[in-house]
Write a protein that binds this ligand. Structure first.
Ligand SMILES: Nc1nc2c(ncn2[C@@H]2O[C@H](COP(=O)(O)OP(=O)(O)OP(=O)(O)O)[C@@H](O)[C@H]2O)c(=O)[nH]1
Ligand SMILES: [Mg+2]
Length: 273
């Protein structure tokens, strides 16, 4: 979606399950507005409540979508299980297969991937793409326009998302956690913005990093606070680049045992309504 929007809206990381929520991004042109929804990746076997909410987010989006863009990564090809195939088949809107990371592959690999997926479920078109080499964007937009219904724009065409700065900032901090910690830490972490104040001197932001256990808190903080300092410096730089003004960022680490499996906490963090 970032590639299509030409904006760094969704955070990106090699680790799976980076995206946890549906994020709407708009491509606005004089004659049209395309609303994309970047969803979490599909988790075949979900193990805890947060993961269930991520699957629900994916399913929820089809209720009012006109097109289903299925992004597959041929560097890590997924052999979808039969439940996933059945689920895709049941989604009764036109589908387009996007085969990503074509900078790493040949045209024949694309054809092989497209025929493999065609043997599983039906799609109208398959398009090879690479955000790195800028391949596929105009073809995707052209195809989407063929299916886009006539309607006045749903959102203000001045904006490219309906997400607010608090959300974007919390995601930029989470991106640093995904980058700098391994194993369970990124999955056990949540970021909550406690204060977001804009002044002539810049943006003052206070945020909590929530983890599930005291041991995880110590790992996040690191020896004499070295790790959290590093996160803070990097996140501040990224946020400042994003908002284009100086940023003052204050991070605290808190433990909330089992937040990922607790309905009440997931509701407070915006994963459940
Ligand atoms: N080689 C190559 N890598 C890419 C390309 N597009 C994305 N990537 C890399 O693929 C990895 C995953 O990207 P994400 O955008 O986080 O993937 P996602 O599909 O949103 O995954 P989740 O949010 O984790 O479900 C990152 O390391 C990106 O840098 C591409 O065109 N070529
Ligand atoms: Mg993502």
């Amino acid at each position: 979606m970032n590639y299509l929007l030409d904006e760094p809206l969704s955070i990106i990381n090699p680790k799976a399950q980076t995206t946890r929520q549906n994020i709407r991004g708009f491509v606005n042109e004089e004659n049209y507005q395309i609303i994309f929804v970047d969803t979490p990746g599909w988790i075949e076997a979900s193990n805890y409540l947060l993961q269930n909410t991520m699957k629900d987010k994916v399913l929820e989006v089809f209720k009012d979508s006109d097109l289903f863009l299925i992004l597959v990564d041929i560097a890590n090809p997924l052999k979808p299980d039969s439940d996933l195939v059945e689920m895709i088949k049941k989604i009764d809107i036109p589908k387009i297969l996007l085969v990503s990371k074509m900078d790493l592959f040949k045209q024949s690999d694309f054809q092989a991937a497209a025929s493999y997926y065609q043997s599983l479920f039906d799609f109208k078109h398959a398009i090879p793409i690479s955000s790195q080499l800028n391949i596929g964007k105009s073809e995707i937009i052209d195809k989407i326009l063929e299916y886009l219904p006539e309607h006045p724009p749903y959102f203000d065409k001045e904006n490219y998302t309906d997400r607010n700065m608090r959300f974007i900032v919390s995601e930029l901090i989470r991106q640093e956690i995904l980058t700098h910690y391994q194993q369970e830490i990124p999955y056990a972490s949540e970021v909550v913005i406690k204060r977001y104040q804009e002044s002539s001197k810049g943006h003052f932001i206070e945020a909590d990093i929530i983890v599930e256990r005291e041991t995880q808190k110590q790992i996040i903080i690191g020896h004499q606070g070295s790790k959290i300092k590093n996160i803070s410096v990097n996140a501040r730089k990224k946020i400042s680049e994003y908002v284009d003004v100086p940023v003052h960022l204050y991070l605290q680490v808190k433990v909330i045992e089992g937040w990922r499996t607790n309905e009440e906490w997931l509701r407070r963090f915006g994963y459940l309504v």
